[in-house]
Design a protein. Structure first.
Length: 475
């Protein structure tokens, strides 16, 4: 037994070293990607796109379920984009409250004859509504039977969208007014086919908004939201920018992403049974392009273009992370034929192995490592000096990466204007590995267990304060 535990401990040492080296490599790639972006940022000025009448059209697709309290505010926010050719497609996904009635009254909507092609199967669409007021000519409302998932609503919106590119977002997200022009630039600037673009999402908890736009950014006052602010900053600056640099992105966040509509339709749209529909769609899009033997790009830009509210209580946070973990293992299992398959190029030989061995496996290995440590303490001798040195090294590496992320974020964007907020943010960095990370591991293990047990798929309800008054949102 002791030999088994020692062997496992040695394995963890080498695994941890490889993980750190990979993370350092990603950090270097991320820095190169960010520097390259800002060096070429003015190659095509967004002002040119905003003023041009010949630019590509973009549809904003946003499903809504029981959003009566804030739907008017949210729709007006989406309509305030500075871009010459766009539409806003709101999908009333079988709301049981007054969402549709409020939309009809506020925006002077009437039911119209609409040529609807169900290129992606969804629950039945009951009708399409347009405004009689020219001010809201860019607004289209799709009324459909509830599909019990955001995916089904999004697919109905994609079917209804008239432009070749679309942004998928949540109706309660606040987008920067130049979001379309910033996300569409990679589609225009690159000679290779771009099938998706994404950008950083920020946390709206405690931020101030005015007329559907960010007015003043604040570091969240809520304990759990503060940890998630750190996590989002590290994830977008060090994770997704690095993978974008080598065209290895397997995830474009469901909160904000721009997609080539035809590629999405060919891939089958969002899978309504997925608990990680954003990652699963990108996986199918990559598979499609590999099988067609077409070169393609999926690009992330280091711009904060979207603000969304995150869980503010442990119960809702754990529920959300369980769903995310289950979505990860579900996607990897569903597309397991990709793993180490040269037919799928970089996706099969690099990206899938990374997600399997360094995303999915980490919570499992950490849990087994903790069990091995406890067994050692209870039954065998343990070198506490060696343990303390190893633990300190991992801890310092973890906080160093986060501190660099925070520094870069503040240097580039200056989201926090008060020194007090910056000091609190830095202090949270030092306690995050002790409090927040174990919760993430716990939720991940639960998510994997639910998947293995084939426990009933549930999205759950998240209580949001919203930008005006409290509301319920489907996770």
């Amino acid at each position: 037994m002791e030999n088994i535990i020692k062997t496992y401990e040695n394995f963890l040492i080498y695994y941890s070293i490889s993980y750190i080296l990979i993370y350092l490599f990603l950090a270097i790639l991320s820095w190169i990607a960010i520097r390259t972006y800002f060096q070429s940022k003015y190659f095509l000025l967004k002002e040119v796109l905003i003023k041009s009448n010949h630019t590509v059209g973009v549809s904003i697709v946003a499903p809504a379920f029981n959003e009566a309290v804030t739907i008017v505010y949210n729709v007006k926010s989406l309509l305030s984009q500075e871009y010459p050719k766009f539409e806003v497609v709101i999908i009333n996904d079988g709301s049981t409250d007054d969402t549709l009635a409020i939309l009809i009254e506020e925006f002077s909507l009437v039911k119209v004859d609409f040529f609807y092609q169900e290129k992606i199967p969804t629950q039945p669409v009951r009708g399409h509504y347009k405004s009689t007021n020219p001010v809201y000519s860019k607004l289209l409302i799709v009324d459909k039977v509830n599909g019990k998932s955001k995916a089904d609503g999004s697919n109905a919106g994609i079917n209804s969208a008239k432009y070749p590119l679309f942004i998928c977002t949540d109706v309660d997200c606040i987008l920067r007014k130049d979001t379309i022009s910033m996300l569409v630039k990679p589609f225009i600037e690159n000679t290779e086919k771009v099938i998706a673009t994404g950008a950083a999402i920020r946390i709206s908890n405690s931020c101030e908004f005015k007329d559907g736009m960010l007015y003043k950014s604040h570091f969240p006052t809520n304990f759990f939201a503060r940890f998630q602010e750190l996590e989002y900053t590290r994830s977008y600056l060090f994770g997704r920018m690095a993978w974008s640099k080598i065209n290895g992105l397997l995830l474009v966040s469901g909160g904000l992403g721009m997609f080539d509509k035809e590629t999405v339709i060919q891939a089958g749209g969002y899978w309504h049974q997925s608990l990680g529909e954003d990652m699963e769609l990108i996986t199918r899009m990559r598979k499609l392009m590999h099988l067609k033997k077409e070169k393609f790009l999926i690009i992330y830009i280091p711009e904060s273009l979207c603000w969304t509210e995150v869980p503010a209580s442990m119960r809702i946070f754990i529920r959300q992370r369980i769903r995310w973990a289950r979505g990860l293992i579900q996607t990897l299992y569903l597309h397991r034929e990709v793993l180490f398959n040269p037919k799928y190029g970089k996706t099969g030989l690099l990206i899938f192995p990374y997600y399997l061995f360094y995303e999915l496996a980490v919570p499992v290995l950490e849990t087994l490592g903790l069990i091995a440590l406890l067994v050692n303490i209870m039954f065998f001798d343990i070198n506490y000096h060696y343990l303390s040195i190893g633990s300190a090294f991992v801890y310092l590496f973890y906080i160093s990466i986060t501190l660099i992320s925070v520094f870069l974020d503040q240097l580039i964007y200056k989201h926090y204007t008060g020194m007090k907020e910056i000091i609190i943010l830095i202090l949270m960095v030092f306690i995050e590995p002790i409090i927040f990370h174990p919760l993430n591991v716990f939720a991940s293990i639960q998510g994997y267990w639910h998947f293995l047990r084939q426990k009933e798929r549930k999205w759950g309800i998240m209580i949001r304060k919203g930008f005006t008054t409290p509301q319920n949102q489907t996770l």
